[in-house]
Design a protein around this ligand. Structure first.
Ligand code: AMP
Length: 146
């Protein structure tokens, strides 16, 4: 059974309000993108809507469309930033679906031929590495948007 409640104290809501730090890579009116702190691979990042939504089940369709537009842009940027061979897009809903943070988010994970993803939430990344990777993605985004 799903729980459609939105808890405005979830960690991504706090990041959006500036109450928690994040390595931001992109922002527009509807969406925000930042580095995942326990990456499943180099350059793993997340795109979230600014509007409150627990997950895909309660999200407004306009917010969803905006999120996917940003996902496409960031997916292209991470491929360029890390010379990746591919990109995995993941999105989890409710605990049974693998969701841990209850603000809608889409994972973008650069992939390399023959390299497996790390298990979920396996290791906290070094902040300097996250910062350097965020810089690479932002540079790639600037090129794409230029
Ligand atoms: P899930 O809800 O299963 O899609 O997983 C939540 C994701 O959020 C995991 O990949 C975590 O590593 C990531 N995460 C949790 N807290 C933070 C945070 N403060 N900043 C960035 N990513 C986070």
């Amino acid at each position: 059974m799903t729980n459609n409640g939105y808890d405005s104290d979830n960690i991504f809501a706090k990041i959006l309000r500036g109450e928690m730090p994040a390595h931001k890579i992109y922002e527009d009116d509807q969406t925000f993108a930042f580095m995942d702190i326990m990456p499943r691979g180099i350059g793993h990042c997340l795109v979230i809507p600014k509007a409150p939504a627990r997950n895909i089940l309660d999200a407004n369709t306009d917010a969803l469309a905006s999120v996917m537009k940003t996902v496409q842009l960031v997916a292209k940027a991470v491929i360029n930033a890390f010379s990746a061979d591919g990109v995995t897009i993941q999105q989890f809903n409710e605990p049974a679906g693998g969701q841990v943070v209850f603000h809608l988010h889409v994972h973008i994970i650069p992939r390399f031929d023959g390299v497996r993803m790390n298990p979920p939430a396996s290791q906290m990344a070094d902040q300097q590495v996250l910062s350097a990777n965020a810089d690479k993605i932002m540079a790639a985004l600037t090129q794409l948007q230029g």
